[in-house]
Design a protein around this ligand. Structure first.
Ligand SMILES: NC(=O)c1ccc[n+]([C@@H]2O[C@H](COP(=O)([O-])OP(=O)(O)OC[C@H]3O[C@@H](n4cnc5c(N)ncnc54)[C@H](O)[C@@H]3O)[C@@H](O)[C@H]2O)c1
Length: 379
């Protein structure tokens, strides 16, 4: 089947972005939400974004109109889906709500149409069972904002037809994005499985090691070559996103992370990071503001446990054949901005030291830190 028409359900942060990048690649898009006012807001944002691209000479002003006009905002679900080849669901991250949406779709949409979910954390196989087409169901995880982020994780469920994986991969490539295949439907998929536990580990290290957040973040930035510190990245991502992902991931798999209570506390107090002016750090204005991280501060902290937890989860993904090493490196580069490959970092900081630190933490804190055997091969 050739995909020409796409329906996006949900016109929020992700849905309007996916609609825009799909329209820019030449697809005809139906953007569906439950109220016209949400669609109006979404279309306004799309127009603004296209105009910015035109100002930067990335597209012509004629293209602004053509792309904009190829997106049809629509409330009526039947009309939004009766001439479509692919439905991408981007409604809020709530299993019951998604169930309701799939119930409605089951009733009215032809069986051969592919359903894809943009879920960050919900199990694809379980979601697929809510539909009457588990073989035509797949996870397609865009990153925020879809207009800028080049990475898309593709997650087949246990019953997904390999041809559907191929069609969705081709769709993602047609958007000029980089697909990585998460071959097994594991908690957190690839990037969140590495990123989310790091936020908790940075907090545990804060309690244990008697250093400040900016010192840990400086070391993460300057010694691990991350684009920003872990606390800074969590504030940038939003503590609501981090908390909900932590909760869902932990619900699915108790071994994936150890929850630090501070994440929930910040979420409960609406201290969500950049967007509320306070999270781990405080922010003075609406503009994106960087924390003062320096080489000098980085000298005061050895980020062995942070790298150890990241490398351990990365090793788990490889050992369990969830993804290839190449896809792991692409995912971490494009999803988290890592400039150096994760296992190269382990070598640079010294593999034996990383394993030794994990073993010490295992003795003090428990199994979570047990060093994965795969790490021993990194020399
Ligand atoms: N925000 C992120 O950083 C991010 C990143 C990757 C993936 N995701 C995932 O993408 C999905 C959407 O997240 P979001 O941040 O865009 O949410 P959002 O709250 O910004 O947008 C969701 C939209 O869905 C609409 N909606 C609710 N019920 C609907 C229905 N029955 N039919 C159609 N639309 C409906 C809402 O009105 C809203 O406009 C979630 O599964 C989330 O986990 C989010």
């Amino acid at each position: 089947m050739t995909i020409k028409n796409i329906t996006i359900l949900g016109s929020g942060i992700m849905g309007h972005g996916i609609a825009q990048v799909s329209a820019m690649a030449g697809y005809k898009v139906f953007l569906r939400d439950i109220e016209q006012k949400f669609l109006d807001k979404a279309m306004e944002k799309i127009r603004w974004s296209l105009q910015k691209l035109s100002e930067k000479n990335k597209i012509t002003s004629d293209e602004v109109d053509t792309i904009y006009n190829s997106i049809t905002p629509i409330v009526d679900l039947r009309a939004a889906t009766n001439n479509t080849d692919l439905i991408i669901e981007a409604v809020p991250e709530d299993f019951r709500l998604k169930e309701k949406v799939y119930d409605e779709l089951n009733e009215i949409v032809r069986n051969d149409i592919i359903f894809a979910s943009n879920t960050s954390t919900l199990p694809i196989t379980e979601l697929s069972k809510l539909t009457n087409r588990p073989q035509n169901f797949i996870g397609v995880h865009f990153f925020n904002p879809p207009q800028l982020m080049k990475l898309v994780e593709i997650i087949p469920g246990t019953q997904t037809n390999p041809q559907v994986v191929e069609e969705i991969t081709n769709y993602v490539i047609s958007l000029k994005k980089h697909p990585v295949i998460c071959k097994k439907d594991v908690s957190g998929f690839i990037v969140n499985r590495i990123f989310i536990p790091l936020v908790h580990e940075a907090l545990f290290s804060l309690d244990r090691d008697g250093v400040s957040m900016d010192i840990i973040d400086s070391a993460v930035k300057f010694k691990l070559d991350f684009p920003m510190g872990i606390f800074e990245l969590a504030d940038y991502t939003g503590l609501d996103v981090v908390y909900k992902a932590s909760y869902e991931m932990n619900l699915r798999d108790k071994k994936v992370l150890v929850m630090h209570p501070k994440v929930k506390e910040l979420y409960d107090n609406n201290q969500l990071g950049q967007k509320t002016g306070k999270g781990f750090y405080e922010y003075k204005d609406d503009n994106y503001e960087r924390v003062n991280l320096t080489q000098e501060k980085s000298a005061l902290y050895d980020p062995l446990s942070i790298l150890g937890v990241a490398a351990n989860n990365a090793a788990w993904l490889i050992e369990n054949e969830v993804c290839t090493l190449e896809d792991l490196n692409t995912a971490l580069k494009l999803g988290m901005g890592l400039k150096t490959e994760i296992f190269e970092l382990v070598k640079t900081l010294n593999t034996s030291k990383v394993i030794k630190r994990l073993s010490e933490l295992e003795k003090e804190q428990g199994d979570f830190y047990h060093p994965n055997k795969y790490l021993e091969n990194i020399q």
